[in-house]
Ligand binder design. Sequence first.
Ligand SMILES: [Zn+2]
Length: 216
Amino acid sequence: MVMSIHTSYMSPVPFDRCGGHPALDFVNTLDHRFDPERRTELLGDYAALLRFAREAGLLDPSRQRVLADEVAVEAGARALRSAIELREAMASVLYAQVGGRDPASADLDRLGRCFQEAERPENLRWVRAEGGAPARLEWQWRPEQLRAPALPVGLLAQAASELMLSDALARVRHCEADTCRWLFLDTSKNHTRRWCNMKVCGNRAKARRFQQRRAN
Ligand SMILES: [Zn+2]
């Protein structure tokens, strides 16, 4: 896909996380994805990628600061490219799924490669039961991995593969507003959520229906 992209250099407003899952909010960071005139890249640089990973709850603030201060410009740019590659591979598969189509095998290959190339946590950690929470196992990053420029890419790939290889994949939807089509996880009781954000896209659609009724 050839993309013309406007980059947003505005002062950081928090990322919109109405997707309800870090992986879906991540795909939504290419705003107006299907409108070449208005398409806007919200991940303009490595700092924005770090900020997204932190706001999505994947990266803790101290780690964000360390990476922002220590990662060289070129390494950061490389990590950002990998993140965008991962995001676009995810988007091609997810938009096929929400559109009721089978993903193209080339897109699956591309996504599989992104998952395999991403850093992964290497150690298993046993977390003891505490304060009513049951004991559990969790993957843990090695200390040297935590300094890697591509850590945010690894964290995003991990979140994405957890979602996309689970039953929750079937509950991924896209916003019904044609100009939006952001992805979200439909956790509503009857699986009837239609908008990324009722206040934004839902109200706009309601206003449009109201105008149509008045015109008739
Ligand atoms: Zn929307």
